[in-house]
Ligand binder design. Structure first.
Ligand code: PLP
Length: 319
């Protein structure tokens, strides 16, 4: 009998990913590894995040990526606003405190969803608040926060937003460039279905959301080191990466891509003569037919990776 722990992660690892972990790891300064990182893992991560910016891989837990993001936000002269409604929101404040970075905290009751209007009031009160630190899916309570609405505010007001998406990447959509989220941090052991040990920092493409003074992840720490962007472009990390975990992540990202392809609605048939006239006279029924198609049981059928990932990024044991 298999022992299962019902925790919010690390999740149970699908067999395909376990098999990927058992490969002989290539050296990280060889072409085969550069190709793996550059062409597949990094590009797939960018697709998953919805960014044309950069995605940095760190050998760290999720908190390591939070810390790297905080260190990279320092020195701007701005104060930070930590918005929290749980244990992991509080973690942003602890890290800022440890680095002596000026910040104020806007706290909501645990279990509630953060109110964007309260953030707007705080930003209006203090123009020095340059960066908002927030959690997307607050694992300690199960609440998901409206990052889309909050990023709309930070963009409009020329502030930056850094999001802990450690349990939401791969589970809840957060198209980074489209929403204007400056920095997103993630860990490998939740929605990405891998063992712990890889953390990522994704920066939005500069200019993808006008009005923000964000510069994203500046190269100044040992993790996002000097030249990290250039290295990322040639498919290398600055320091020795957890090669076997990268191979696991590659497999996980392939599974996610396959699942998405399976769930996306089939392309519409090519138009035929007379279609335009028929559409004009029956647009309402065409609409409802489309809705039917996207809700078909086939599109909701769980696959290996949905079974491994629940809606909150928690481990849901596979059958
Ligand atoms: C939302 C959130 N943030 C941060 C963390 C911390 O991640 P790690 O334990 O990988 O450092 C977790 C871990 O559960 C989390 O769920």
């Amino acid at each position: 009998m298999k022992t299962r722990l019902y925790t919010p992660g690390p999740v149970e690892i699908p067999a395909r990913i376990l098999r990927a972990l058992s490969q002989v790891p290539p050296h990280h300064r060889t072409d085969v590894f550069r190709q793996t990182i550059l062409k597949r893992v990094t590009e797939e991560l960018k697709r998953l995040h919805g960014t044309e910016g950069e995605v940095f891989l760190l050998a760290a837990s999720g908190t390591g990526a939070m810390e790297a993001a905080v260190v990279n936000s320092a020195g701007s002269g701005d104060k930070a606003l930590v918005v929290t409604a749980g244990k992991f929101g509080d973690r942003w404040a602890s890290i800022l405190k440890a680095y002596g970075i000026a910040h104020e905290t806007l706290a909501f009751d645990w279990g509630t969803a953060i109110d964007p209007a309260a953030i707007e009031r705080a930003l209006d009160r203090d123009p020095q608040l340059g960066t908002v630190f927030i959690t997307h899916s607050e694992t300690s309570t199960g609440a998901i926060h409206d990052v889309e609405a909050i990023a709309q505010l930070t963009r409009a007001k020329g502030r930056r937003i850094f999001v802990d998406a450690i349990t939401s990447v791969g589970v809840h959509p957060m198209p980074q460039d489209a929403w204007g989220v400056d920095v997103v941090v993630c860990g490998s052991q939740k929605g990405l279905m891998c063992p712990p040990g890889i953390a990522t920092i994704a920066t939005r493409a500069v200019g993808s959301a006008s009005g923000s003074r964000a510069t994203g992840c500046r190269a100044s720490t040992t993790t996002c080191s000097e030249g990290a962007e250039e290295r990322s472009r040639i498919g290398e990390t600055s320091f020795t990466p957890p090669v076997s975990l990268v191979l696991a992540l590659e497999e996980a990202l392939t599974m996610i891509r396959e699942e998405r392809a399976q769930r996306s609605p089939p392309p519409p048939p090519p138009p035929r003569a007379g279609d335009a006239r028929r559409r004009a006279s029956s647009s309402a029924s065409a609409c409802s037919r489309r809705a039917c198609r996207t809700r078909s049981p086939r599109s909701r059928r769980p696959t290996a990776s949905t079974r491994a990932r629940s809606s909150s990024g928690c481990a849901r044991p596979t059958a």
